[in-house]
Design a protein around this ligand. Sequence first.
Ligand code: TYD
Ligand code: MG
Length: 451
Amino acid sequence: MSKTKTAFFCQDCGYESPKWMGKCPSCSSWNSFVEEIKQKKGGSAPFSKNSTDAKPVVLQEITKNVKQKRKLQDEELNRVLGGGIVLGSLILVGGDPGIGKSTLMLQLAIKDHHKVLYVSGEESESQIKMRAERIGILNESCHILTETNLEAILNHAKQVQPQILIIDSIQTLHSSQIDSAAGSVSQVRESTASLLRYAKESDVPTFLIGHITKDGGIAGPKVLEHMVDTVLQFEGDRNYVYRLLRTSKNRFGSTNEIGIYEMLGDGLRPVENPSEILVTNSDTGLSGISISSTIEGVRPFLIEIQALVSSAAYGTPQRSSTGFDAKRLNMLLAVLEKRCGFKLGTKDVFLNIAGGIKVDDPGVDLAVTMAVLSSNANLPIPAGIAFAAEVGLSGEIRPVNRVDQRIAEVEKLGYKKIIISQNIKGLNLSNYKIDVVQCTKIGQVVKTVFS
Ligand code: TYD
Ligand code: MG
């Protein structure tokens, strides 16, 4: 078999060279050369007359060929995928090392009742078996393959004919058509392209595990994310047991869904009711703790915000925040100082979202300010109060989306009072048994809470 011809191309300007070069002679950019397979001679040109049979069709005449969604055992995974897995889709799962990507995928392979081919280029068969036994094997048709050669994997896949293919990880694959090492940009791109073709032709949904770079992006070329149908990010703090599975791209569903898991000794357990675990204890009587009703995707849940305000030991006060945007914290502190007259300029402020989760919902603003004020005054917020509102630059309390769901969640968990903003369209307070207090200014909230 003759080797496919490859050449190096500048990713910025397209300059072609037979050898790798550090600097592009054409556009002078550095480190932009990547090996690519050259089009074979005689291959069909994109616009040749008989290259394709496709013809333009009037939109109304197109018959919908909605690929059916296959339900998985794992409800959290169904949720982030938009209700189930679409046949022939290519799904990239990214995340930090050790976060649990392999565990999540192996669990899908051995707990579901689909015929699965799990390809690992990172662990040996016995290592996988050990891990599988820890999780508990239920699936009788789960095939394990330890292989890194792309062509061999595709051959095995054609023989086994799985219903789901899992590749752990895309960075370990190498195609014999390209000389560069496994994990290099050209290898990753070529492997993904071949697997994409396989998935579309055979209708087998394919999961690719991808490593993450130091800045948190998926390692390899950016085009990887363009090629696949869905990108899932598995994240969480390794020191905590909770893991979040987020969708950052989805061609078959919404992207703001999250799945929550708990990492236990025997694998990942889906967390059906996040509020109950993320809020530790509502009646501790400690200052600096507040509860916010937040929404991720379509799911409302409660989170606990902890603040510590103390006199700065050194000249410059420190501000630090975990799980909440530090710039937003600074903004809220400035609002408290300037608009509400609380002297926080000389104080150290530390903020933490319990459970190691990250939130970027503006609806937690009010709870953050109240936690800070509570710690500053050393007055605990009475038990049974939750908050859901944004705080504006002039210290005004602003409405947030889907307030009704947030109130319902707070009520469900037995809270007595929720503080929200005024001017919420379509809100019918008679639907709730809980006390809903609508405020316009921070000062008003302080009075309501502490008097
Ligand atoms: P792993 O899936 O290997 O991570 P990744 O593939 O993302 O690098 O997860 C490894 C961690 O998960 C490891 O530190 C041990 C922990 N773990 C458990 O706590 N319980 C379990 O049942 C399993 C299988 C792993
Ligand atoms: Mg792994």
